[in-house]
Design a protein. Sequence first.
Length: 289
Amino acid sequence: MTRDTKPAGSALLRTGIGLRGPHVATVLADRPTVPFFEVHAENYMDRGPAQDTLLAVRGDYPVSLHAVGLSLGSAEGINRRHLARLKQLADAVEPALVSDHLSWSVSGGAYLNDLLPLPYTEEALAVMARAIAQAQDALKRPLLIENPSSYLRFRGSAMHEADFLAELVRRTGCGLLVDVNNIVVSAHNLSLDAGAWLDRLPAHAVAEIHLAGHHRAEADGETMLIDDHGDRVAPQVWYLFARALERFGRVPTLIEWDSNLPAFSVLLDEARKADRIARSTEVRHARAA
């Protein structure tokens, strides 16, 4: 299956911001110069004041929908009602991009408050591919799949996570949302090479990049990185972001910040830093040509 996973329009080829509730009033009042906003789709699925507010933002900015509830890896399949609600929102907002995660979060009809990991097996691959195809058929658009942060390995995993994602692209025509922070977190926690991980991804399928902060937890002389989206982007994430730009070219990039939410100006500062790194990468390419 072949789909165009790259968004149209040069405005998206700069760094947007994840829009969270406390900043909505600031955005509507001040109309800051931001190329696009991304929101968690589940916060806006009900027709009502929240969705009306999002449509007001959409009147001035491109919007990307980042879902957290499709539970694409659940063996029981996608909840059809949830998918229908996401389609209604997408039809109303006409988003530039729609994404979800390489994860599961539903079992026996109960939603678990987390994005839970999958073993990278042929069985899990078949489940994910079937769910992605169903979601894309319903939404009438490609779905971007985000790599998770990892803290433990499944003993039964038979393939590398990046190879699992590449095979999903091959089978379904989906795109990839590369969370650079998650690669750094997973590589540290599992003693992997972050750059080599990045290099295994199919570059043509990467349609968005996420940047976020993480937390360092110390215990018994060991350090674990926790993907909490609660701080500025760490130096090693900026470094890998520059490498990602070298490999994938300029794609829509997002500053994601969910806990310990700062003033909106801090998010703007992070977005400007990402754009400076991107411009610097482009200048190096031009000089080398």
